[in-house]
Design a protein around this ligand. Structure first.
Ligand SMILES: *[C@@H]1O[C@H](CO)[C@@H](O)[C@H](O)[C@H]1NC(C)=O
Ligand SMILES: *[C@@H]1O[C@H](CO)[C@@H](O)[C@H](O)[C@H]1NC(C)=O
Ligand SMILES: *[C@@H]1O[C@H](CO)[C@@H](O)[C@H](O)[C@H]1NC(C)=O
Ligand SMILES: *[C@@H]1O[C@H](CO)[C@@H](O)[C@H](O)[C@H]1NC(C)=O
Ligand SMILES: *[C@@H]1O[C@H](CO)[C@@H](O)[C@H](O)[C@H]1NC(C)=O
Ligand SMILES: *[C@@H]1O[C@H](CO)[C@@H](O)[C@H](O)[C@H]1NC(C)=O
Ligand SMILES: *[C@@H]1O[C@H](CO)[C@@H](O)[C@H](O)[C@H]1NC(C)=O
Length: 183
């Protein structure tokens, strides 16, 4: 009897754990999907360089890892670690929705025609940034000081924009920086 009870408890335990696991996966992908939807909204793609492959109708786990410009941790999950949409003549503004790509560490939007400012809360939107390449766009105003709070950065490229002001001197505090091209 005692034996059976502990077996039942063990089984319940396993069931509960796998249920939690499923919840975690579907929650994780919900945020990542919302991130991609929001990027899709922020960026205009007049030459249809990437949007044709961003098919949100396919809900299979891992399907969004096959979208053009999207890199995942693994092919069989939905944890996005990279967004690379360079040289596509995209228009629009910095995609604030990347905040929901919680595992993102690589963002490369170089060689487009993105305008307005680089958000001052960049480190809040993109906390695990290791690569940020916004070079050769039409970003204006100052380089936000908040970028110094992206403490994992090792490549930052912002050259060929219409940015004004000085490179925040605190950038030298980013000790992982290997590649820095600012202005
Ligand atoms: C993505 O953007 C295109 C055009 O900008 C739009 O037609 C489409 O509905 C968007 N997809 C989603 C899922 O929002
Ligand atoms: C959905 O995505 C999966 C994984 O990428 C793929 O194998 C499948 O063919 C896709 N289905 C459709 C209807 O596009
Ligand atoms: C960003 O992408 C462009 C091509 O689109 C590439 O030339 C460049 O090296 C990339 N930047 C980084 C920091 O990897
Ligand atoms: C993040 O995703 C949640 C859930 O889908 C959504 O309500 C929220 O507006 C999104 N945040 C941003 C910054 O896009
Ligand atoms: C980040 O700043 C932008 C304005 O540049 C604002 O719209 C957005 O709500 C802020 N996001 C967070 C998460 O603070
Ligand atoms: C971006 O800047 C280039 C040259 O500096 C200019 O030719 C182009 O019209 C600008 N594009 C936008 C969308 O502002
Ligand atoms: C960096 O983060 C710290 C701690 O969250 C905050 O006090 C500081 O204002 C931030 N610096 C910038 C330049 O955003």
């Amino acid at each position: 009897m005692a034996h059976n009870t502990s077996l039942v408890i063990a089984l319940l335990h396993i069931f509960a754990l796998s249920f939690l696991n499923v919840l975690e996966i579907s929650n994780g992908s919900e945020y990542d999907i919302s991130c991609l939807r929001s990027i899709n909204e922020s960026l205009e793609d007049p030459y249809n360089k990437f949007k044709h492959s961003w098919n949100f109708g396919n809900t299979t786990i891992g399907s969004m890892c096959k979208f053009i410009g999207v890199t995942c941790w693994n092919f069989d999950d939905n944890r996005i670690i990279g967004i690379e949409l360079g040289n596509m003549r995209l228009k629009g503004q910095f995609p604030l929705g990347i905040r929901n790509c919680s595992y993102l560490n690589h963002l490369n939007l170089s060689g487009n025609e993105l305008t307005c400012t680089i958000p001052s809360n960049i480190s809040y939107l993109f906390g695990y940034a290791t690569t940020l390449d916004l070079s050769s766009n039409n970003f204006s105003a100052e380089i936000p000081k908040g970028v110094v709070n992206c403490t994992y950065l090792n490549a930052l490229r912002l050259e060929n924009n219409q940015l004004t002001g000085l490179i925040p001197p605190e950038l030298v505090l980013l000790h992982r920086i290997k590649k820095l091209q600012c202005c």
